[in-house]
Design a protein around this ligand. Structure first.
Ligand SMILES: O=C(O)CCC(=O)C(=O)O
Length: 224
């Protein structure tokens, strides 16, 4: 895939995200999902709980996805050449699983500056409003860092339940994706996702994040 066209880059700058971007065909995505589910069957502990964090170290399946040239081309359009994989996470919501991700900004807890980094989220199942797709608040990145309240809600899949308050939910946009499609979002865009109320799994693989080689941790300097 060539780099993203200017119109898409403009949309990213305006809204704080772009979706959908076609990466894998349906057949390829089904094959990747099958490999994941094969691993879950043969080595269940390897891709559950904390092992879902940096799962690209656990299996080459996810390392290959994180280094997919089409994804890297799209990312290069936004952050330039010299791209590092800062971390990855497998976000799975099981059928009818209660569990949501509260409104948050990745920039607030990943803590990297300067801001030439971007989170990529690849769907390995179809992702819909019913099974708990992400919602983005367009333009919310333009005001930079916002206060987050640690709510420690039991059903919140974020460790501290960190939450941006007073998000105008009627302005937020669902990011429905077909298996094999990608979304890209900016560090300061406010986003979250709801429960899976469907009878099928919602499977997403996030590269959190692709970072420019000049990005440095600001934890302990700006954020604590
Ligand atoms: O998978 C989800 O629902 C949320 C993921 C997320 O917040 C992220 O990738 O930044």
């Amino acid at each position: 895939m060539p780099n993203l066209p200017k119109e898409q880059i403009d949309l990213y700058n305006r809204d704080g995200f772009i979706a959908p971007i076609d990466i894998y065909s349906r057949e390829e995505a089904a094959e990747l999902r099958q490999q994941l589910e094969g691993l879950e069957a043969s080595h269940p502990e390897s891709v559950t709980g904390r092992n879902r964090n940096n799962v690209h170290y656990v299996t080459t399946l996810f390392d290959k996805i994180a280094h997919n040239p089409d994804i890297l081309d799209a990312v290069e359009s936004l952050i330039g050449k010299g791209i590092l994989v800062g971390g990855t996470t497998l976000f799975i919501k099981e059928p009818e699983q209660r569990g949501f991700i509260s409104w948050h900004q990745d920039g607030r807890y990943i803590g990297l500056e300067p801001e030439n980094w971007v989170t990529a989220w690849l769907a390995l199942s179809d992702v819909t409003t019913e099974n708990g797709c992400m919602y983005m608040w367009p333009g919310s990145h333009l005001e930079g860092a916002r206060e987050h309240l640690d709510t420690y809600d039991e059903e919140n899949l974020l460790t501290r339940g960190q939450t941006v308050q007073n998000v105008p939910e009627n302005e937020t946009i669902p990011i429905a994706l077909k298996a094999g499609q990608l979304s890209l979002h900016q560090p300061w865009v406010v986003h979250g996702s709801g429960h899976n109320s469907s009878k099928s799994r919602r499977i997403g693989f996030a590269i959190q994040s692709y970072i420019g080689t000049n990005a440095d941790s600001v934890y302990g300097k700006i954020f604590v």
